[in-house]
Design a protein around this ligand. Sequence first.
Ligand code: PBG
Length: 343
Amino acid sequence: MRKNMYSQRYCSFPATRLRRLRNRDYIRRLVRENNLLPSDLVAPMFIQEGKNVKEAIPSMPGVYRLSIDLAIQETKLLSSKGVPAVILFPSVPVRLKTASGNESYNSAGLVQNAIKRIKEAVPKIGIISDVALDPYTTHGHDGLINDDGDVLNDETIDVLVRQSISQAEAGIDIVAPSDMMDGRVGAIRTALDARGFEGVKILAYSAKYSSSFYGPFRDAIGSAKNIGPLSKKTYQMDPGNSREAIREVALDIAEGADMVMVKPGMPYLDIVTRVKEEFGVPTFAYQVSGEYSMIKAASQNGWLDEKSAVLESLLCFKRAGTDGVLSYFTKNVIDWLHESGDL
Ligand code: PBG
C-alpha cells in the first residue's frame, strides 16, 4: 500500500473500523479478495482393473478405487458439475509389477485404456496422468534402482519418456511428471514434440517434497509396503528448503513445463506464494492424501466441521496464489459451493 494514500486521520480508529466490512454476509462477499470456483479444482481418481468394481480405501474414507466403467461415470458427473480436469492414478495388480516398471508404457495398460475410454466418453474434460514408476515397480520407487538401492536418474528418464509417449498415444491432454528426476521435463518435451505431440501439456510436479502426508496414497495404489526402509529422500525435496524450490521451478520452466505444482499443499503454501510471485506461471498445488485423511478423520470424530474446514482450506490455497488445486474433496466441494449460494 502506498504510504501517502491515506491521511493519518483515516488510518486510525475511530474513523477506521475494519469490522464495518465484516458485519454482514453481503459485505463480506462483496469485499472478499479470493473466491473458490469449480474451475479451480482437479479431481484425482484411483483406477483399477475389472468391471463394476468400487473398492474402498480404508485410510481415505469416501475415496474409492474404480474400474474404468465406473471411472467414466464419475468423470461424467464431475464434468457436469464444472470440474475442468481429472488426474488418474492406477492401482496396478502385483503380477504386473517388475523392478523396471515396464508396465508403465504398455500401450494396452490400465492407464492407457482409461485415457482412451474416458476421452471417448467425456471428450470435454481434461485428462491428466501422473508420470512416475511407483505404481509399476516391485520396490515402490518412482524410478529404477541399482543393486545398492540407489534410484538412477538418467536411466529412469528413458522409461519416463516411454511412459509419457504411450500416454500421449492414448490421447492424454496433460502429463504430470511426479518422479523428481533431474532433467525429465526437458526429455519428455523433446520426445513428445518429436512425435507430433506438441499440443500435450506438461504440468510438472516441480517442488515435490519428501513428505509423510503421502501415506494414504501409497495404500491406495499399493506401493506403501514396497518402499521398505528406503525413503524417497534422495529425489524428493527436503521440507526445510524453500530457495531450492525456486531453482526446481526455474529449471522445469526452462525445460518446457507449461504449469508447475507444489506438493503437499497446506503445509507448503509459503512455497506456492514464492513460486507464483517469482515466475507468475500457472501454479498448482496438491492437497494430498494425508491432508484429506486428517480432515476426514477429525470430521468423522466430530472434532471438525468437515464442510467449513474443507472450504476454508481450499480458499487458503487460492489466497496463497494457486491457479488450481488437486483435491480429493472436489466433488463434495462443488455441491457445498452450490448449497451455500456462492455459485
Ligand atoms: C508418486 C506420487 C505420489 C503422490 C502422487 N504421485 C506419492 C509419492 O510420491 O510417494 C501423492 C499423492 C497423495 O498423497 O495424495 N509418483
